[in-house]
Design a protein around this ligand. Structure first.
Ligand SMILES: [Zn+2]
Length: 844
């Protein structure tokens, strides 16, 4: 019957087309193009969706739906385009009143000729089968996740953030299921053996924020400061739930109260519930009235660390902040997605930090944001915070370190520049002006610009709309000055601090001493030497971990630019500093840089020269430290670089339990990765180790993951080749985390020579990977592919690949340039310091 209907409509369309109707030939491209977005914004308003879905038990039975879309149309010069990113056979019938409507199904769109519509109010009713793609169905529950443009995979609509709409939802579910959505529940009834939930009409919201969940859930309702909230969850461990639930409610209550005060706007939506899922894709998703969370992030174990507890408070504050920043006022187009994220983090930090005085928040901010932002911003493939987005279907490519790491730095600078009171005043005006509407970054800049004599628009042009990082050095007057901007004459305005120390008649200069400035701060060799000489001294400057962190970041950036005495001296400095460092965040940072320098910048003979010493230092520190977290960090670093017979034996005895290091607790994951390293670095028969580990591994998910990864570790090159070949099939890339594990061994520096032949095919797969994978997968695929390669041959393969493809997609080209930045720097460094990286890889 469905097919017949489709045929009939095609026939009608064919006839109309024959009558030379221009509109019917309109072919919207896949996704939502910026042009379609703008046209619809101009011509459609006051949208309401009334949606009914009949949800059966089980994860594969069809969900039958009917919706009525009503809206005002103020132009009839073009066909009406609805988005439905599903098979056309899922549409049963489209009607206006009693009249069946002909339509065309083109590139995931329903196209309706405007002759069937009128200026003013229209109402279209569609019978359809819901698409499953974004319904996350399990046997006894399901939930939607429609961000960024995925509502249209479920039902037909205008799927763009600036066409806010009201929704009324009716869900029929199996009896015994709960149901929750953005609107409050009006009624629950039993009809024909099913539960029928009717939800109240929502406030105007963007389509990516519309949400519902249904299934078997436990629930708890509590009143927090006069606001009634319901928590839905799946956790069966009642003790765990009881231990956590009061705190979870209180954290929400506290966040909402803080936000109402800061914004001077009462909580803008009808009700406030939240739903916890055992393996939700993100930490949380800010659906108004029904926030979704990853259950383990909120229900903590008994001895949860202070970091875990702060992470929980932060995710709750983050999602709560979105109710105002993102939900009440929404970006106009997804290129501004960074804005809601940066505001949510910015508010969350203000809400949560005072409750955790034992944490050094400045050091955390420094190490969590700057190094990751620089990693992209120093590369040739960097992008501005605010990017161009031609089609919503590419929204996933916008996400990355510049949005998550650089944008928060820039927002913090803006607040410092104009002052916290003016920032708050501006944000209040912004929220009030655009309530239940949409706004762009420039709208906020416009508000701020009117309140201050400073030129904020110009500042924004440099920091938000153009890429790169500025470079600074001490000038002849010993003042930190910006070096010439290589792209244009940009002035990167920011307040900078620096310190000068005079000792024994010599000056040492420390630029950006408080770590808040953004850019590359060049240091002279004498000051770097002074820094490492005095590392660990009781001097008040050197005992400040933020100062040490800021200088270590400067020195790493200098090292990557070839400023300094070279890789061997760098490795020595890192080892020496580690012996004097007790701050866990700084130990992790030093160990990370040490390992990158070790594998990417030292030649094989150089590594051999330092091998014994490095292993000995790390092992001693591992034994010596009392801190369990730091001990684990040393264990992982030791495992990463150990290569001598002695090192291999130590790892083997840790793995088989013959050696017990006091205070070092190895998880099943640790044992598995030890087995991997032993297999990779073992000279002879290592299959036994892997097989033993496979037998010992009890968790079925981890077992399956091991079976997947093991061929990538094989000493037999043909086995590795066959494994790589298998990745070309989409179904073998389904478990992306497994693939990434395998890639890091396949391309391990010790195997880089034999892995060169995988580089080009890996690049050739990238476009397909973007279509079939999660939004973060292309970046991670590239990163884990190139992270082990430091040879000129590897760099040349990537350069040649891009050279042959001048029209290669802009976003993907950037991702390649980002992923190969370290490879290119290693090649350059080898030239400068006269190493030969061709032989860097042994022939294992
Ligand atoms: Zn967010």
């Amino acid at each position: 019957m469905i097919k017949l209907n489709t045929l009939l409509s095609l026939l009608i369309i064919a006839l109309i087309s024959f009558a030379c109707n221009k509109q019917q030939s309109y072919l919207p491209e896949k996704g939502v193009s910026f042009a379609l977005n703008e046209y619809r914004k101009k011509t459609i308003d006051s949208i309401h969706y009334a949606i009914e879905l009949d949800i059966p038990a089980g994860k594969s039975a069809k969900i039958i739906g009917r919706e009525t879309i009503s809206f005002n149309l103020n132009a009839l010069d073009s066909a009406l385009v609805l988005d439905f990113n599903a098979d056309s056979s899922k549409i049963s019938e489209i009607k206006i009143g009693d009249e069946v409507l002909p339509y065309n199904f083109v590139n995931e769109h329903i196209v309706i000729d405007s002759r069937h519509l009128k200026k003013g109010r229209n109402a279209i009713t569609i019978d359809f089968t819901a698409g499953d793609l974004s319904l996350n169905r399990s046997e006894d529950y399901l939930y939607t996740l429609f961000v960024p443009d995925r509502a249209s995979t479920c039902f037909p609509l205008f799927d763009q953030p600036n066409l806010k709409a009201t929704y009324t939802l009716t869900l029929k579910t199996p009896q015994g299921w709960e149901a929750v959505s953005n609107g409050g529940l009006i009624s629950k009834a039993i009809e024909k053996g099913k539960s029928v939930y009717r939800f109240n009409k929502t406030k105007p919201i963007s389509s990516y924020l519309f949400a519902f969940a249904a299934g078997k859930f436990f629930k708890t309702t509590k009143s927090v400061d006069g606001c009634e909230m319901t928590m839905y969850y799946r956790e069966t461990d009642t003790a765990k739930v009881n231990r956590n639930q009061d705190e979870v409610f209180e954290l929400h209550g506290k966040s909402l109260e803080w936000l109402e005060n800061y914004t001077a706007i009462d909580y803008p939506f009808e009700k406030f519930d939240f739903v916890l899922f055992p393996s939700f894709q993100y930490g949380g998703m800010e659906h108004p009235g029904a926030i979704f969370y990853n259950e383990p992030a909120l229900f903590l174990d008994e001895n949860a660390s202070v970091n875990r507890r702060m992470a929980r408070a932060s995710v709750i504050a983050h999602e709560s902040a979105h109710m105002w920043f993102g939900d009440l006022v929404t970006m106009d187009w997804f290129n501004d997605v960074w804005l809601k994220e940066v505001f949510a983090n910015f508010m969350a930090a203000k809400i949560v930090h005072p409750s955790f005085p034992e944490i050094n928040h400045d050091l955390r901010f420094l190490l969590a944001h700057y190094p990751n932002a620089y990693e992209v911003d120093r590369s040739a493939g960097t992008n501005p915070i605010l990017q161009k987005l031609g089609n919503l279907k590419n929204a996933g490519t916008l996400y990355g370190a510049i949005i998550y790491m650089k944008a928060p730095i820039v927002m913090r600078q803006l607040e410092r520049k104009i002052g916290a009171p003016l920032m708050q005043e501006s944000l209040r005006e912004y929220l009030k002006t655009y309530s239940f509407g949409n706004a762009r970054w420039d709208d906020l800049i416009g508000i701020i610009d009117q309140k201050t004599p400073q030129n904020i628009a110009q500042w924004s042009n440099v920091w938000v709309k153009t890429p790169d990082m500025p470079e600074y050095a001490f000038d002849s007057a010993n003042v930190v000055a910006q070096l010439r901007d290589s792209v244009s004459a940009r002035a990167w305005e920011q307040p900078l601090q620096s310190r000068k120390v005079t000792s024994v008649g010599q000056n040492a200069f420390f630029p950006n001493s408080d770590g808040t400035g953004y850019g590359y701060f060049k240091m002279d060799p004498a000051s770097v030497a002074y820094f490492f000489r005095n590392y660990g001294s009781g001097d008040s400057l050197f005992s400040n971990p933020v100062f040490r962190g800021a200088m270590l970041v400067n020195i790493w950036e200098g090292f990557l630019r070839g400023n300094g005495p070279g890789p061997e001296a760098f490795v020595q400095n890192m080892l020496a500093a580690l012996s004097k460092e007790q701050n866990p965040l700084l130990v992790d940072y030093l160990l990370g840089n040490l390992q990158t320098a070790w594998w990417m910048f030292l030649s094989a003979p150089q590594r051999e020269g330092y091998q014994k010493e490095a292993e000995a230092v790390l092992w001693q520190l591992l034994l010596k430290t009392e801190d369990k977290g730091i001990k684990t960090s040393y264990f992982r670093a030791f495992k990463g670089i150990a290569l001598t017979d002695d090192g291999w034996k130590k790892m083997e005895s840790l793995w088989n339990g013959k050696l017990d290091v006091k205070g070092l607790v190895l998880s099943e994951e640790d044992k598995i990765s030890l087995a991997y390293e032993l297999a990779l670095k073992g000279k002879g028969e290592t299959t036994t180790i892997l097989n033993q580990q496979l037998t010992a591994t009890k968790n079925p998910d981890r077992k399956a993951r091991m079976q997947f990864v093991i061929p990538a570790l094989s000493h037999d090159e043909q086995t590795r080749d066959a494994f790589f070949e298998s990745l070309k099939k989409e179904e073998n890339r389904e478990k992306e985390a497994w693939v990434l594990d395998a890639l890091s061994y396949l391309h391990h520096p010790l195997r880089a020579q034999s892995a060169l032949k995988y580089l080009r095919p890996s690049l050739e797969l990238l476009q397909e990977i973007q279509l079939t994978g999660d939004i973060f997968f292309p970046t991670r695929w590239l990163h884990n592919t190139f992270a082990g390669h430091s040879s000129p041959e590897a760099a040349e393969i990537a350069n040649q690949f891009l050279y042959e493809r001048p029209d290669y997609p802009y976003f993907l080209k950037n991702k390649i340039l980002q992923a190969t930045d370290m490879t290119n720097r290693a090649v350059k460094s080898a030239k400068v310091y006269g190493q030969n990286n061709h032989s860097a890889s042994s022939s294992q």
